[in-house]
Design a protein around this ligand. Sequence first.
Ligand SMILES: Nc1ncnc2c1ncn2[C@@H]1O[C@H](COP(=O)(O)OP(=O)(O)OP(=O)(O)O)[C@@H](O)[C@H]1O
Length: 437
Amino acid sequence: METNPASATSNQKLQHHLSPQTPPQPHHNHLGLLHSNSIFAIFIATASLIALLAIFFIILLFRRLKSAKKHANWERSDTSFDKSISVARNTAIYDCSPGNLGRGSLGAANSSNNGHRRGVQVFTYKELEVATEGFSERNVLGNGGYGVVYKGVLSDGTVAAIKMLHWQGKQGERAFRIEVDLLSRLHSPYLVDLLGYCADQNHRLLILEYMPHGTLKHHLHPLHSHGQHRPLDWGTRLAIALDCARALEFLHEHTVPSVIHRNFKCTNILLDDNFRAKVSDLGLAKMGSDKVNGQISTRVLGTTGYLAPEYASTGKLTTKSDIYSYGIVLLELLTGRVPVDSKRPAGEHVLVSWALPRLTNRDNILEMVDPALKGHFSKKELIQVAAIAAMCVQPEADYRPLMTDVVQSLIPLAKNYSSISSSNSLRFQNNAVSPRY
Ligand SMILES: Nc1ncnc2c1ncn2[C@@H]1O[C@H](COP(=O)(O)OP(=O)(O)OP(=O)(O)O)[C@@H](O)[C@H]1O
């Protein structure tokens, strides 16, 4: 069979045209255009994402810088304290559970505040203005070295003591920071609880647990504090001595690093509904040293009459300085005298100098007892408490006991009174132990 060359050529052409290998030129060009469009789109999307991320990081950086600046302002003074505080920050929150001795009453009083701890709250000045009826004069509870204390009712109905600090001074600002910092982390039924604070541009306020019976000073030295109170009976004095010893034991021995109160005194011991004591005012507190002797050197601050001699003369501060101050408070509980009283006859101005020789003399010991007790106390217990006081106020710091030792010595004494119902300062009066001498 013969083939027509013309038709063969056209067949070839046709085949060539129909062949899949035929390059579809126009189609090929269209795909190329799409590809470069996608690349452009991807480029734009990536660039926008990078730009967005950059903006986000710049904003984050600015915020960080701002808060770091704020933090630096807050912590601008006394870096040594802040360093030691940061050590404590890494440790657990300390919670001192109530001892079994007579804490039923305190536990009940605590339940409103400590029982269901809400943590430290931040308040606005306006909220505190409302709580105190515009910081009204009639709500003033008292005046201290750092400011005025008002009674107030918070929006949830909690009654609180609101302390407005004159914080312009550097010391006031520091005291505020220390109190907030320490009390936010240290919780003990023997310390007055911090409910919150306000720290805006112009104000510094502490919101504290309200202690209805005020300071120990008001009850022990009514003439020196313009108050009219029934005298505290012997059993109540022992319970207060034990509560305070537990507070200092907590600060010295249950806290790492230990905390030195540095301003332990009668006006910093507050009494609750049941006349159980809690220690307040940690504004001058210092962290103890980790060194063997636990000694730190610092500016001498505190209150005359309560300062340990070695601290007053050299500025060397240890937990033993607090123990000396505690000994002075014990002397006040025993004698009803203030630490320094220039109105007394010569030789009796300084309580510790007058009391020390009598404390260890069984015959003279009765001369020093608070006349307000009207003889209602046990001489045996008196001798034991006097012995503890004598050890605490020894001029040689190393010979002073640890607070744990004081607590252990007082427990059996206070136990004698713990079963008696406690509703007011005279809760032990009916069962007061008559003098056995
Ligand atoms: N939590 C509180 N509950 C009830 N009253 C309080 C409370 N805190 C303080 N007060 C009262 O306010 C007064 C002043 O207290 P503040 O702690 O400011 O000073 P202070 O301890 O008396 O003196 P200083 O500033 O020299 O330590 C106290 O004497 C007390 O009457």
